[in-house]
Design a protein around this ligand. Structure first.
Ligand code: ATP
Ligand code: FE2
Length: 334
C-alpha cells in the first residue's frame, strides 16, 4: 500500500496527481494557454506560470484525493524529456517537498508514462501511436525496452498543428480549434504526403499550407480539413506498418493529438479492416493530454521495482533530463 504523488511540468501543463495501489485518487492541473491572435509558448514564461500555480494545484490535488500531505509516501516527477525551464520548476517543487516530508523521489520518463497509463484501458502489449505536441512516435515493448519503431523526422504533430494555427491567428493550443474548423468542411485540397517507412515528415506540408493560406484562395475550414485528412492518414499508415512488423494485435493511442475524434475514427477503421483482428484502446481525454496521474501511476510501479529512486538525503544526485529518449529508459519493472 503506497500513496504516490506525481508531478508533471514538461511543457504547458503543471499537474499534480495522487495514486494509491494503481487507483487514481486525483488528477489536477493548470495549463498555460494564450488567447486568439496571441503568440505561442515561450519556455521561460511557461516556467513562470508553473511557479505561480504550484501551491494551488498541490492543495487541490490533496483535497480531491482526500489525503493529508503526511500520508504521501513517494514523490514521482517528470524528469524528461521536455522544456528545461519548465522541468527545472517541477524539480524545484519536488526537491523542496521531498526534504520537507523526508520521502523518496522517483524520476519518470514522460513518454513512457503516456504509454504505461494505457494499461488502465486493458491494453496488454500494444503498439502505441503517441501523438502529442513535441513528440510523434510509434512505440512498442520489445526485449527490455520500449522501442521507437517510427517517428517524425522533423516536427511533432501537435506542434505542427499549433504552428499552422498560430500562423492563421488562432491562438494556442491550435489542435482543438483546427478540429472544429475541419468538421465544417469536406473539401480536400491536395497536400504533400510524406511517409518514409515507419517515419513521417511534416515541414513540407507546413510550407505548403502556409502558401495556400497566404494565397487567400482557400478558406481556413478546407485547409484544416485537408491538414487533418493528410497528416492523420500518414499516422495511421505508419501505425499499421508497425502492427504488421511486430505482429502485435493492439493499438493504443496517447498524447494530446489523440483527443482528435477524426484521428480516433481513422484508427478504428484501420483496426477493423485488418485481417489480423486488432483492438483499439483509447484512454479517456484527461489521461491522453499531459497529466500528473500518469506520472504518479508509473512512479508507483517504478518505486516497487526500485527503478530510478532517489532518497531525500541524496537529492544532489537528481537532475532533469530534457532530451531523454524513450529507448534510453531501462525498463526493469515488467
Ligand atoms: P509531449 O508529450 O510531447 O511533451 P505536450 O506536452 O505538448 O506533449 P499533450 O498534452 O500530450 O502535450 O499534447 C498537446 C498537443 O495536443 C497540442 O499540440 C494540442 O494542439 C494538441 N491537441 C489537443 N487537442 C487536440 C485535438 N482535438 N486535435 C488535435 N490536436 C489536439
Ligand atoms: Fe505529453
Amino acid at each position: 500500500m503506497a500513496i504516490v504523488l506525481g508531478i508533471e511540468s514538461t511543457a504547458h501543463t503543471f499537474g499534480i496527481g495522487v495514486v494509491r495501489d494503481g487507483k487514481i485518487l486525483s488528477n489536477c492541473k493548470d495549463s498555460f494557454s494564450t488567447a486568439d491572435g496571441e503568440g505561442g509558448m515561450i519556455p521561460t514564461e511557461v516556467a513562470k506560470h508553473h511557479a505561480e500555480v504550484g501551491a494551488k494545484v498541490y492543495a487541490e490535488a490533496l483535497e480531491k484525493a482526500g489525503i493529508k500531505e503526511e500520508q504521501i509516501e513517494v514523490i514521482a516527477f517528470s524528469q524528461g524529456p521536455g522544456l528545461a525551464p519548465c522541468l527545472l520548476e517541477g524539480m524545484k517543487f519536488v526537491k523542496e517537498l521531498s526534504k520537507k516530508l523526508k520521502k523518496p523521489v522517483v524520476g519518470v520518463n514522460h513518454c513512457v508514462a503516456h504509454l504505461e497509463i494505457g494499461r488502465i484501458t486493458g491494453a496488454k502489449d500494444p503498439v502505441m501511436l503517441y501523438a502529442s505536441g513535441a513528440n510523434t512516435q510509434i512505440i512498442a515493448y520489445e526485449s527490455g525496452k520500449y522501442r521507437v519503431f517510427g517517428e517524425t523526422l522533423d516536427l511533432g504533430v501537435g506542434n505542427f498543428i499549433d504552428s499552422f494555427a498560430r500562423y492563421a491567428g488562432l491562438g494556442f493550443p491550435g489542435g482543438p480549434k483546427i478540429q472544429k474548423l475541419a468538421e465544417k468542411s469536406s473539401k480536400y485540397i491536395e497536400l504533400p504526403y510524406s511517409v518514409k517507412g515507419m517515419d513521417i515528415a511534416l515541414s513540407g506540408i507546413q510550407t505548403k499550407l502556409r502558401q495556400l493560406y497566404d494565397s487567400e484562395e482557400y478558406c481556413l475550414e478546407d485547409l484544416a480539413f485537408s491538414l487533418q485528412e493528410t497528416v492523420f492518414a500518414m499516422l495511421v499508415e505508419t501505425a499499421e506498418r508497425a502492427l504488421a512488423h511486430t505482429g502485435k494485435k493492439e493499438l493504443l493511442l496517447g498524447g494530446g493529438v489523440a483527443c482528435n475524434s477524426r484521428l480516433q475514427e481513422m484508427c478504428r477503421k484501420m483496426c477493423e479492416e485488418r485481417i489480423e483482428k486488432t483492438k483499439l484502446f483509447v484512454p479517456e481525454l484527461p489521461l491522453l493530454v499531459d497529466n500528473a496521474s500518469m506520472i504518479a501511476s508509473l512512479g508507483e510501479i517504478m518505486f516497487k521495482a526500485n527503478a530510478n529512486v532517489f532518497s531525500w538525503e541524496k537529492l544532489d544526485e537528481l537532475d532533469i533530463k530534457p532530451r531523454q529518449r524513450t529507448d534510453d529508459v531501462l525498463v526493469n519493472w515488467k
